[in-house]
Design a protein around this ligand. Sequence first.
Ligand code: MG
Length: 250
Amino acid sequence: MIHLKSVAEIEAMKEAGRVSAKALRKTGELVRPGISTLELDRFAENLIRMEGGVPAFLGYGGFKGSICSSVNDQIVHGIPSREVILREGDIISIDTGAIIGGWVGDNAATFAVGEIAPETARLLAVTEQCMLKGVDTARTGNRLGDIGYVVQHLAESEGFGVVREYVGHGIGHDMHEDPNVPNFGRKGHGIRLKKGMVLAIEPMINLGSHKTRGPFDDRWTVYTADGAPSAHFEKTVAITEDGPLILTAE
Ligand code: MG
């Protein structure tokens, strides 16, 4: 069931969004060769709590981190660890979420560690563009498939693979609400988008094939099947009378 949010509820969600966005931005600023993903996690958790929030991912389904930290060929749901040390040329997707006043914010971005290969830099830029196009399509009158279509069309026209198994989602009192928001789709198909829907739009785009493998023993981390790098950008967006409103904003 899709929970439509009132104007007042969307207003209330902004605080969880603001803290999620601040945690993402400030944690991203720490990305550099030599830092561990556990250090990034501890920093983000502390920031979220200092801002009056609770990390949305910590304990979710038993997840052990406050962030998801997914390096190189890890697509999503990487677990922070003191053993994962970032190196020059890596990329890292950081996903942060905060709960404030019973509302959840969720956002992600992929960061370069020092200098990265030009092709990988292009993957990051295109994936962010895919997300922004998806956000811009979150308007009343459009359909769910229109979001997937614009994301898939741009990614595939650049020769990249669009992950199928993991998708965006509705968000509100729960981190994952209906509907699912695939990053692939057909124009004019799917449910009609309505004022009051709040969606986490999050393309996961691979430099190579769209195929995934895992999770394995850790039960969480998802990898590209071919070992090529993967990028991930996400924003929480409300559909309003005036168009899409990004809630994960400072
Ligand atoms: Mg999400």
